[in-house]
Design a protein around this ligand. Structure first.
Ligand code: FE2
Ligand code: FE2
Length: 358
């Protein structure tokens, strides 16, 4: 801290300004007898220059001097010498000026003829007050630095914990998908598509990142679905379908206790809701379906259609889009489908790097 060095350097230095050399000499002797080193200046202009180039702990200045007054000196340097204490020396007839000096920010005033004991006492008080003020400031700065360091550590720790949680969830999703080569990479691709659509829909960067995560987690509830059903090489029976259809609620329950994912639960719970109310689990309709869920639903359907399944080949992107569009007025949010249509090339480009099922 620079000021600490400055303060230390100027700790013992006193400047006495008075156009009367006799006063200078008297005060200098009195202070030096107490071991306080002094510099004297009888020319007020030179004193001003001196104050601009060097630091002093205390300045004793006569108020009435030819050319420039002690108050003027104070006014000109007070901002550049915030740690210097000024003491005014005035004649008895000038008590009003002395009071003005105090109002301006002088530490004290001494009346002429000077009582040298009072001079020493006043300078020593200024030193003591300055020392306490600097110590307090150092303490405050140290405290602020400590609080800042601790806050940064906590932010860092919380970032690490969030990353750890995310890694764990990702591992869980990948483990789940690894059971079935047909859905391997599905959630990653849905996540990528959904994030891209969200971005193109004009959502904020924070919202885009949340949609991305919602895409990654949307099928997490399949962890509760019997393995053999997930990997059946045929279309599911009505009962099997009913069982699979519980995965949005299972997913919402899994995420329930994790505070970090609270805003994603509606997206996970509602990603099979359909715009016309034909979806599940609640049969929500239109904009009653949360926006993140409407985006994930389009990404999910598009990804599923363009991927191979045990019972059918992958649909070409254009055919998949045409099917989504045919259902636009009924099944999916038309605004989201429109964005997908407009940016389909980019979407394809974006998901190509995520490993597709063999
Ligand atoms: Fe799903
Ligand atoms: Fe899905």
């Amino acid at each position: 801290m620079e000021w600490e060095t400055e303060a230390a350097r100027s700790a013992a230095r006193v400047l006495i300004i008075d156009d009367d050399p006799a006063v200078l000499e008297l005060v200098r002797r009195a202070l030096e007898r107490r071991g306080i080193p002094c510099e004297c200046q009888s020319d007020a202009h030179k004193a001003l220059a001196e104050l601009r180039h060097r630091d002093y702990a205390v300045v004793l200045t006569d108020i009435r001097m030819p050319g420039i007054s002690g108050i003027d000196i104070y006014r000109r340097v007070r901002h550049s010498c915030p740690h210097t204490y000024f003491i005014a020396i005035t004649g008895v007839a000038d008590t009003e000026v002395a009071i003005e000096a105090l109002k301006l920010g002088f530490f004290d005033y001494l009346l002429k003829p000077l009582n040298l004991d009072e001079v020493v006492l006043s300078v020593e008080r200024a030193f003591e007050e300055r020392r306490l003020k600097l110590e307090l400031r150092a303490y405050q700065e140290e405290l602020e630095a400590k609080v800042l360091r601790r806050t940064e550590e906590l932010i860092d720790r919380s970032r690490q914990l969030r990353q750890l949680l995310l890694n764990t969830i990702q591992t869980l999703v990948f483990t789940l998908e690894a059971k079935d080569k047909f859905t391997e990479g599905h959630s990653r691709r849905v996540s990528d598509i959904a994030a891209y659509l969200a971005e193109r829909l004009g959502l904020s960067q924070t919202a885009v990142r949340r949609v991305e995560l919602a895409g990654l987690l949307h099928d997490i509830g399949k962890v509760g679905i019997r393995d053999q059903i997930l990997s059946l090489p045929r279309r599911l029976t009505k009962d099997e379908m009913e069982h699979v259809r519980t995965h949005p609620q299972v997913g919402a329950r899994i995420l329930g206790p994790v505070s970090e994912f609270q805003d994603l639960i509606p997206a996970v719970l509602c990603h099979h809701e359909r715009y016309d109310g034909s979806g599940y689990p609640q049969g929500l309709r239109g904009e009653a379906i949360p926006l993140y869920a409407r985006i994930v639903a389009v990404a999910d359907a598009y990804e599923a259609m363009t991927s191979r399944r045990p019972y059918r080949e992958a649909l070409p992107p254009d055919v998949a889009l045409a099917q989504l569009k045919n259902g636009t007025r009924s099944s999916f949010d038309p605004q989201v489908v429109e964005v997908l249509e407009r940016w389909q090339g980019e979407v394809e480009e974006r998901i190509r790097h995520v490993q597709s099922p063999a």
